[in-house]
Structure formats: structure tokens, C-alpha cells
Design a protein around this ligand. Sequence first.
Ligand code: CP
Ligand code: NVA
Length: 304
Amino acid sequence: MMKDVLSVLDMKDDLEDLVAESVRFKRDRYSAVEGMHNKVLGMIFEKPSTRTRTSLETAMVQMGGHAIYLNPNDMQLGRGETVEDTGKVLSRLVDVISYRAFSHEKMVELARSSSVPVINALDDLEHPLQIVADFATILEKKGRTNNLKFSYVGDGNNMCNSLILASAILGTDISVARPRGYGPNQNLLDAALKIAKETSSRIEILEDPVKAVEGSDIIYTDVWVSMGEEKERAAREKLFMPYQVNSDLCQHADKNYIFMHCLPAHRGLEVSAEIADGVHSVIFDEAEYRLHSSKAVISSLLSA
Ligand code: CP
Ligand code: NVA
């Protein structure tokens, strides 16, 4: 395990184990974890959060440790103290730091200045913690995480980048359908394509959602307007409408497909209510896995 988890790439050699460990943590929810007593997680959130904050904090408490929520507006960080000094100071006070940041550069800066592990709790480029929960859900529902067909329909955002990397690492095919100009990050896509050669995973970036979904075992979508993009809302909602995941689109998937969404969901926009709340949807199991997978990631980082 690397010192930090800033990208799915940092979990390249550990992802399969972390996913399996998450499933084990689900079976053993309330047991304290050896070595976690009195361990403290400092959680910096520059953006709102329901799942990430609650799952990280609950994970620490259940494992025998503690978590502190740090809002930059209530920290000296919000008054001009540097990320670098913040990392150096927090490293003297807590055992591990999670950071939800607007910019990946700041994420890297914090990790560089911190002597304790830093976990990316979402930034503009990636959402690696969500990935462990997503593939644990897939393992539970499908019995495997390789040799599946994954389709991601919508915005080529942080979730999309991380899902492409994880699919490549685990050896699952992924088809992305997005409007032109809203594709995944090119550097991360290149990294995924390189890994995919070794794992025989196939990565396709398409415009046609029907083609992407054809024969899929998993259909995944995320919001069209990510945190920080609110000014683009009207234009994006119009542009992305043909990419809504609804019954018409899902009929092209395998008959046992599962529908996934990292949440929060906007019914009537990226997903119709009948799909989000339908029999194929696993969105709340997926949300629950945020707890179990947080335990897997934190205990692994702290035992390294
Ligand atoms: N999926 C996810 O990260 O949700 P939150 O923004 O509520 O943490
Ligand atoms: N793409 C979304 C994910 C939210 C969990 C965002 O960044 O807002």
C-alpha cells in the first residue's frame, strides 16, 4: 500500500484486496480493529458531503478510533494559512488525514507536506474512496469484479476518471458515453489504457449511450453538474438530457444488469425515478459500502 490514496492508481496493487476486505467488514460491522484504538482521522471538507463524511467518521468510531470534522472556513486555512503548513501541523496531531478539495493540485500539496497518510475524499479529478465501495458492491452482487461489461453514461467527471482506472486495473471492460467535449481526463485515460493492455480490459469512449449500454452488466451514472460547476447548470442540463439513464436506455443492457450511482442523485435528470428506485438499482447498498470500504482503506493505510 502506498503512503497516500490520492488516485485509484495509488491502489493499483491493492484494489482487489481492499474490495474483498470491504465485503469482510460488512459481515463484521461492530468489531473494533486491532491497532485502531485512539487513532484519529482529521477530515478537511472544502465541499459538502453526506456519505463521505458520515462513513469516514462512523468507520473510525466503530474501529476504535475517532474522527474530527474540519471545515476550512473554521480553520486558519480559510484565513490564508498555507496547505503546506496545515499538512505539517496536522501530521503532528492526527494519524491520518482525509481531504475533499476543489483542486487535485492542493491535494498533492497536502500529501507532500504531510508525514501521515492523506486520503482523497474527492477532488476535481478523482474519487478513489467511492471506487472501493463501488467494486465491493459489484463483488457482492455479481460474484466477481473482472470480465464484466461496465457502462458509464453522462459527464466524464471525477467519478468517470476513477471508474475507468479501476475497470482497467481489475480487468473489466468499460464503455463511456458522453457528449463530445465532456470526456474523461486525457492523462488518466492514457494511464488506464496502458494498464488495460496488461489486464485485457477494453476501454471505449463513445457518444452514443445505447451503444455503450448494449449488453452491460453494470450501468453507472453521476450528476451532470459536479460541485463547483453550478454556473454551468442550465447549459449542462440541456446538453446532457439525451444521456439520461431511463427504461428506454436500460432495455439494451443484460437482463440482470445492476444500476449504480455514487449519489446524490437527481431523479428526472441523469436518472429517471423508475430506474433509481427500480428492481435493478443497488444505489443504497452501494452507499452502505462507503462505511465498510472506508474501514478497509484506513486500516490498511495505518497498518502499512
Ligand atoms: N458519493 C459521495 O461522495 O457522496 P457525498 O458527497 O455525500 O460524500
Ligand atoms: N461528480 C460529483 C460527485 C459527488 C459525489 C461531484 O464532484 O460533485
